[in-house]
Every structure is written in C-alpha cells, then in structure tokens.
Design a protein around this ligand. Sequence first.
Ligand code: RIB
Length: 338
Amino acid sequence: MKKLSIVDIANHLNVSKTTVSFILNGRAQEKRIGKELVERVQKFVDEVGYKPNSLAKSLRTGKSNTIGLMVEDISNPFFSAIARLIEDRAYKNGYKIIYCSTDNDTLKTKELINMFRDRHVDGYIIAPPEGIEDDINSLLKQGMPVVLFDRHLPNVSTDCVEIDNLFSTYNATKHLIQQGYKNIAFITFASGQTQMQARLQGYRNALSDSGYKPAVLEIVFNQNEDLILAPIANFLKKNKKLDAVFFGTNHVGTCGLKVINNLGIKVPSDLALVSFDDYDVFKLFSPPVTAIAQPIEAIADNVITVLLNKLNTSSRHISSQSIILKTDFNIRASSKHR
Ligand code: RIB
C-alpha cells in the first residue's frame, strides 16, 4: 500500500495541508485549531497508521535531530566508552546519534562524511584521521557544526576536545627516571596524528632533560594482531639493555603484555612498564601496570556540550574552543624503583 503523505490526509479529510501539518507537529494549540478537528485528524491518522517521513521533515525543517559520530574504531574500549556517554547525553537533548568507524582510513572517512550529508545530520563529532582537512573545512563553510576530539587537524579551526598528551608522557617518563630506570623504550603505532606525535615528543623531552638515549619502536597498525606482536617481540629480544618500556596506547599496551608474558619477562625486575590509557587489563595484570588514565566522562561531556551549544544557538559566530583536559597518572607496582 502506498505510503500516505500529509497531502493525502488533507485531501481525504477535506482540510488544508497546513492544518494537518500543524496538528501532526503538535502545534494545534499554538495555532488555535479546534479540539474536534484535532481529534478527527488524529483518529484518521491512527486508523491508517500514518508515520511521518523523517527525511521529508528534515528537508522541510532543515533539521533531522541526528548527529554523525565518527570514531577510529567503535570496538576499541576507549571510543566505545566515549560514544555511549555521548549517545546518552544527546538523546536526553532530543538528538539521536549515527556512529561509524573510520579505521583511520582517509578515503573511507570521506565516503562516510558524504553518507552523513545525505542523511542531513545536524552536526558532526569526529576523531579525525589525517587527510580530511578539506572535507571538514567545506562542512564548516556550510555552517555545519563540527567538534573534533582525541586529536586535531592542523589548518582546520573548529572546536576540539583533547587531553594534554605531551605533558602526560613527559611526566610518566620522568617518573620512570626518578625510579632509577635509564634505558627506557617507547613503543607506539606509527602515526602522524597530533596526539600520537605529542606523546612521543613528551617521552623524548623527558629523556633529553636527563641526557638519556631514546629507543623508539613505531609499529604500522594492522588488523592482524600477529603483525603487531612480532615487531614488539623482536624489538625486546634485540634490545637486551632496556630496563623499562612505555606503551603509547591501550592497544599497544595490551599487545605488549601478551609478548612480555610469552617471553617470560619479569616485571619490573627485568623490565618496568608504563602504558597510556588505563583499563582493567592493566589493573588485573600481575603486577598491576602503571597507566595514564584519560578523563573519559569529561571528554564526552565537553564534546556534546560544545556541539549542543552550537546547535541550539542560532548565531553561527560562536568562536571555536580548544579544550585541553588533564589525565590521571595511576602509579602501580609495574614501575616501582629498581
Ligand atoms: O586506541 C585508543 C587510543 O588511541 C587512546 O589513547 C586514544 O587517545 C587514541 O588516540
């Protein structure tokens, strides 16, 4: 059966399309439409099971009450925890979230932005891969609110919510040095993303303050975990003089613990450990792993607050904010003094 439109309903009841639209959009009282007419329209609509066409509505009103959320990988506990908190806050404010994973793939991200355009999302929340500056700048030029998080893009001036990556790794590396460790490696994913570069720089700065030599392993990310475990194992076997290792993300840290277990390395007597991102796996490891904890709730809260503010304020000229949040440094037995 053909889907009924507002025009069909109006013609059938011999009422104006505008009146039907006001009644179906809950504006009958505001427009002083009589109770009898409201009930007649509502009764017919219930009988025929009319469902408003959300796309038609968004084309008419220019709003779809949906937000496009683009994270690196929704199955990663860091991103899924943040996505869930954003979804709850958005829903309470009348918005639904459509999310997807970019896999840090520039082309895939461009296609996903086009998908969101077709769906007429009202705003974007993006943890951006490299190479999509032009796409984001064209959204901004159309007056579309875009909030970046976890990393920012040079040459894109829009709202961004991040953590102080450089200080976090500088401080954690200093901690290892103060505990007496001198041959400290940094194992991370090879990435030009701003947060990954800042973490590496913080580690290098702390070592150079003490005149210690850096030892860095940058792994090309791969969905096949064996291709992450192998380079870590080779690196640890080759660098026998290491007395501490710093992992640059939760994913690298988790892989690192598997390798350390497989190689029978004792922590901290053979090798002290620190990892970015604090997760149960680091708390449950024996001995528990010292970790930098990101403020997940505060990241989500700031991201959605900034976006809702833009969506609910008609003036398009609210200046962009760059919000930098602090991390917690949870010191545990894996990095205690030599
Ligand atoms: O895999 C999640 C990690 O990478 C977190 O450290 C987050 O900041 C992202 O950059």
